[in-house]
Design a protein around this ligand. Sequence first.
Ligand SMILES: Cc1cc2nc3c(=O)[nH]c(=O)nc-3n(C[C@H](O)[C@H](O)[C@H](O)COP(=O)(O)OP(=O)(O)OC[C@H]3O[C@@H](n4cnc5c(N)ncnc54)[C@H](O)[C@@H]3O)c2cc1C
Length: 454
Amino acid sequence: MMKFILNQETMEIDEPLGKPTLDFIRDSGLKGSKEVCHEGDCGACMILLGELKGEELVYRAVTSCILPLGEVEAKHVVTIEGINQEKLSPIQQALVDTGGVQCGYCTPGFVISLTGFFMKSKLGNEDILTAIEGNVCRCTGHASIIRAAKLLSEKYSSVKQSNQSWIKSLIDEGILPGYFEGIKEKLKELKKAKRQTKGRLVAGGTDLFVQNETIDNPVFLSNMGLDKIWSDNDFIHIGTMANTEQIRLSPELNMILDIEEHLSTVSSLPIRKQATIGGNIANASPIGDLTIYFLALNADISIRLDEVNRIIKLKDFYKGYKILDLQEGEILEWVRIRNEKKLFSFEKVAKREHLDIASVNSALSFTLIDNKMKEIQLSAGGIGPIPMILEKTSALLENKEISSSLIKEAAEIALTEISPIDDVRGSAKYKSLLLRQLIYAHFLKLFPAMEESL
Ligand SMILES: Cc1cc2nc3c(=O)[nH]c(=O)nc-3n(C[C@H](O)[C@H](O)[C@H](O)COP(=O)(O)OP(=O)(O)OC[C@H]3O[C@@H](n4cnc5c(N)ncnc54)[C@H](O)[C@@H]3O)c2cc1C
């Protein structure tokens, strides 16, 4: 049995915890959340998920098609039916006024995402368009929806935080129905049940639930407090459950890397807030962006079995296609990198510039001492069965002065280390060409003056 609140109603249900939340919602008769891609890509199934973090009730927009039911336990699930009131909300009205509603299939998802944007207690400077970057509309060409979003952003930027709760302000503005005011107290009464600890590990579920309808025996890592990022003089540690957006905005990491910008091309905001570093690494996809990023930073990982942990290099974790140095019962616990600034570049090429899985990605890091490259690590993904460090190429560059002839030679050596295949992300030849261009791109980004000679 598990309890949660669905719109206004407290639910007590006995359903498989690994069932997609969207399926449960629609089976319950709430058909406003639409099923389209069932892969977290289009946003038609978007819901709001509210949870207590200490004394604060925090909401975020989530794609319910890849959200397992077990993850909504003791939380507030809000579907479009839970937003609807007698009159259209200002968000719904803005979409109508700008012609942002045509066939209407994607509309509930857009309304939810925009409502989620306004539910943050501090709106800050975040661009409202990031709130709808995970929503797709096939009729309007998006222009009218973007107009609606901008109008709303202008209208509400002047609403000041007062002493009353932000939720109360949104109720007064007609954005939320009145029942939202009582949700915090109701949630405090809901407790999570004790769950099994043996079964399929689920982190954010953004890889797992794309491939499976329902997962048997899920073990949710989200309750284990493994989402911290912390630093000391020597290292920055990243808990396995830290999500991509949390990593992207981490003050510790942004002190030594331009990670906020680098990771902006990784998926959409709702997926970034759900997808963890541990899942990216343990999924062992040859093109995981975080994996390629942290490989080039020569990361260590900690693997835990009960009370004992062992620390290995991330690059030694991969033994073959989807074969890991991970035994039964072990979990990836954290990732760490040295707390030092290096010259660093991350590049990815995908079919879409943003929000897409790469065809090929690559990262490069090194320090420059007396004009020579030291501790060089060049990683690449999409060019073989595992995410890899290009060892021969890195060795060639090590301890050398940068020159265009050296970089051209390195790019040729790199092509001898890889074994790309033809697939939906491109032909083997295309991927080889991409890798060569990405190696050039690393150096051009770090040393723009080389443009003439490369
Ligand atoms: C719409 C969409 C867009 C995406 N775009 C990108 C993108 O641009 N770039 C990119 O790299 N990826 C992308 N992805 C893929 C996915 O979001 C990432 O790989 C993500 O980091 C996976 O993390 P997760 O927490 O969701 O993993 P999960 O799906 O929960 O788990 C993945 C695997 O790792 C295992 N696992 C998880 N945590 C642990 C642990 N601590 N110890 C041991 N095993 C563990 C699970 O058992 C499972 O086998 C996208 C996915 C979607 C749905």
